[in-house]
Ligand binder design. Structure first.
Ligand code: CAA
Ligand code: FAD
Length: 379
């Protein structure tokens, strides 16, 4: 067993770190405050190959491994989780799903511009009445011969108004329950497809989260991913990898907050010495560092398993469950170490604390991760 990264992996990590510090950091507070989508920054991320990191170069991807993806996600998320969620969704939900399960024509038409960052994608599973209980899909895709007629509402869709390509999960045959569900590629601008207003959120405020409404949208049959009835398995398999992305986002939020708290504790003086000289603060830092390292190991293990072609569902759920817990705990402690300064925006940690919460909710809540882990253990 080697605990060493390759030169290429380190190069990717450093490139992501540089990008985060030079391109994401300026303006991150304002974007959060005004809920501004990081459009220019996302465009540059695409040009640098961060939006199709693991996609084969023949489809315009960067051809990197999942370990590199974890390293990049951590660095980007230390600074701006609203930007890193775009990277996560585009890479591990949309590009992965299309590359692994799409037809050659779908890859040519849809994957190529998504992997190059020319276009952005969205993954649309959740509905007003189907979040954790994802098999209860109400959005319907009626088989009309050469096309599906799509009707319904999707909730909470990341990249909702910035995307051009939407992978939409919908029910075709309710009698078959989850085996009647299909995954369809929907293009922005298709007649009958409308986008609701942007959600006003606690965290990742720069990310554009919207409801999507479909009213008699005609989706050509050739836009179905995989066989008839494969849609639910498609969503589940895709989310296995997506959770590595969100786990790494949580890791980055935690390590970003930790680095700020560490630096601040060495500068801020109280009772005649830096607060890092007080054992109560040292113990906080020691716990934060230890838990972040454990979360990092879980993220890298899940990524490594995926890169080896080994099963990784349990590992990715463990990584997401644990890293999101660590993100919440560490960011709260980082605010505490900053005292009153931690409570104002200029010091960044309050934003990281707000951003951390979503990692316990999306791509399966912590309770859902426990259900998946328990099922795997008891299988
Ligand atoms: N791989 C392949 N198939 C799978 C699977 C997997 N990982 N997990 C489940 N399935 C299959 C099962 O085998 C079963 O099929 P068969 O009966 O044909 O064998 C079918 O799916 C139904 O499975 P379950 O009986 O286990 O279904 P369930 O109703 O008990 O729910 C669940 C399972 C794991 C809780 C699932 O509903 C789930 O993952 N819920 C959470 C949804 C979620 O993560 N949403 C995220 C939305 S995307 C997002 O959030 C993006 C973002 O924020 C940025
Ligand atoms: P519910 O499923 O109603 O859960 C409510 C509570 O009950 C939770 O605590 C949950 O853990 C608990 N619970 C539910 N079932 C059980 C059970 N069996 N046992 C124990 N506890 C249970 N979805 C997408 O499809 N695409 C996206 O791009 C996307 N982006 C998102 C971005 C944001 C900012 C947000 C807030 C959400 C996003 N989501 C997206 C939706 C997200 O995946 C769901 O919110 C999440 O899966 C939970 O579903 P829900 O909100 O309906 O909560």
């Amino acid at each position: 067993m080697y605990f060493e990264f390759s030169e290429e992996q380190l190069m990717i990590r450093d490139a992501a770190r540089d990008f985060a510090n030079t391109e994401l950091k300026p303006g991150v507070i304002e974007r959060d405050e005004h809920q501004k989508f990081p459009a220019e920054q996302v465009k540059k991320l695409g040009e640098l190959g961060f939006l199709g990191m693991m996609v084969d170069p023949k489809y315009n991807g960067s051809g990197l491994d999942t370990v590199s993806y974890v390293l990049a996600m951590e660095e980007l998320s230390k600074i701006d989780a609203s930007a890193s969620v775009v990277v996560s969704v585009n890479n591990s939900l949309v590009c992965f799903g299309l590359e692994k399960y799409g037809s050659e024509e779908q890859k040519e038409k849809y994957l190529k511009p998504l992997a190059s960052g020319e276009k952005i994608g969205a993954f649309c599973l959740s509905e007003p009445e189907a979040g954790s209980d994802a098999t209860s899909q109400q959005t319907s895709a009626i088989d009309m011969g050469d096309h599906y007629l799509l009707n319904g509402t999707k909730n909470w869709i990341t990249n909702g108004s910035s995307a051009s390509t939407y992978l939409v999960i919908a029910q075709t045959n309710p009698a078959k329950r989850h085996q009647g569900i299909n995954a369809l590629i929907v293009e922005r601008g298709m007649e009958g497809f409308t986008i609701g207003p942007k959600e006003n959120k606690l965290g990742i405020r720069g990310s554009d989260t919207h409801s999507l409404m479909f009213s008699d949208v005609k989706v050509p049959k050739e836009n179905r991913i995989g066989e008839e009835g494969f849609g639910f398995k498609f969503a589940m398999k895709t989310l296995e990898g997506g959770r590595i992305g969100i786990a790494s986002q949580a890791l980055g939020i935690a390590s970003g907050a930790y680095e700020l708290a560490l630096g601040y504790s060495q500068e801020r003086k109280a009772f005649g010495k830096p607060i890092s000289g007080h054992q109560a603060i040292q113990f906080k830092l020691a716990d934060m560092a230890t838990e972040i390292e454990a979360a990092r190991m879980l993220c890298l293990k899940a990524a490594w398993l995926k890169d080896q072609g080994l099963p990784y569902a349990q590992a990715s759920s463990m990584a997401k469950l644990y890293a999101s817990q660590v993100a919440m705990k560490v960011t709260v402690e980082a605010v505490q170490i900053h005292g009153g300064y931690g409570f104002v925006k200029e010091y960044h940690v309050e934003r990281l604390m707000r951003d951390a919460k979503i990692t316990q909710i999306y791509e399966g809540t912590s309770e859902i991760q426990r259900i998946i882990i328990a099922r795997e253990i008891l299988k």
